[in-house]
Design a binder for this molecule. Structure first.
Ligand code: C5P
Length: 238
């Protein structure tokens, strides 16, 4: 799959989401449809029907449910998700290699095809202090992230969610074809919000991000279509 800009549709219901996506139908004469990220909020509110609806409109989908449970439960859940025909889905690498391998088995359809499967290493909301005092992990954060990324790669996964600041190190550790999907992207003249360590789309491209995930800089923009096409230009073309 080619590199792309993924729009995080962090909305509470189907109507708001579909009204938002309608803007792109009305305002785009390029035929380009945003790659959409559906997270827990929207999925738990609306269920699989919202995935089918967005897919039927021709969007690619990253279903961001971050599974983390015993291997058997994750395997059976991934088998259910594989029927939704999403393009990317994910889990927590903290679930360990046996869970990641079970997930891949569950996700793989009878004909051998499957969505891409990527792992969350450490959430960017987990800081050094919480890592050490609550998770009782003493190694430096970067070492933990790279070790989890390597576990994901060795379990057969396709990539990781990480900060664009970690994309180069992940590629150096796990290889160029191991995907880096990076949130924490902001325009150089935009609000950072609660994202602390950010890069612009252009910087993320230079850092080697394969996919950038942008939510509020696009969803909360006065002109979401203009913001989306700016991100596409900066990430893919400039
Ligand atoms: O609005 P914003 O651009 O900050 O949205 C980023 C998206 O990426 C959100 O859906 C957020 O949950 C997700 N995300 C993140 N950091 C991570 C993992 C996921 O921001 N480490």
């Amino acid at each position: 799959m080619a590199r792309d800009v993924i729009v995080a549709c962090d909305f509470a219901d189907a109507k708001t989401t579909l009204d938002f996506l309608d803007l792109f139908e009305k305002n785009s004469n390029t035929g380009r449809k945003p790659f959409v990220k559906i997270g827990m909020e929207l999925f738990y509110a609306e269920g699989p029907s919202i995935v089918r609806e967005i897919k039927s409109r021709g969007h690619k989908i990253f279903l961001d449910l971050k599974l983390h449970d015993i291997p058997n439960t994750v395997k059976k859940t991934m088998a259910v998700l594989s029927k939704l025909d999403v393009d990317i889905t994910n889990l927590h690498a903290a679930g360990t290699s046996s869970m990641m391998k079970a997930a891949l088995e569950g996700l793989t359809r009878e004909d051998g095809t499957r969505p891409l499967l990527i792992a969350v290493t450490q959430l960017t909301s987990t800081d050094r202090e919480a890592l050490e005092n609550e998770l009782l992990i003493k190694e430096p954060m970067e070492e933990v992230v790279m070790s989890y990324a390597l576990n994901a790669k060795n379990s057969g996964l396709d990539g990781v969610v990480c900060s664009p600041l970690e994309a180069k190190a992940v590629h150096d550790t796990c290889g160029k074809s191991f995907l880096t999907v990076t949130p924490g992207v902001r325009f150089d003249d935009g609000e950072k919000g609660d994202q602390k360590r950010v890069m612009t789309p252009r910087e993320a491209r230079k850092a080697g991000s394969d996919y950038i995930v942008m939510g509020r800089p696009i969803t909360a923009a006065a002109d979401p279509c203009a913001a989306y096409f700016r991100a596409v230009r900066e990430f893919l073309e400039d």
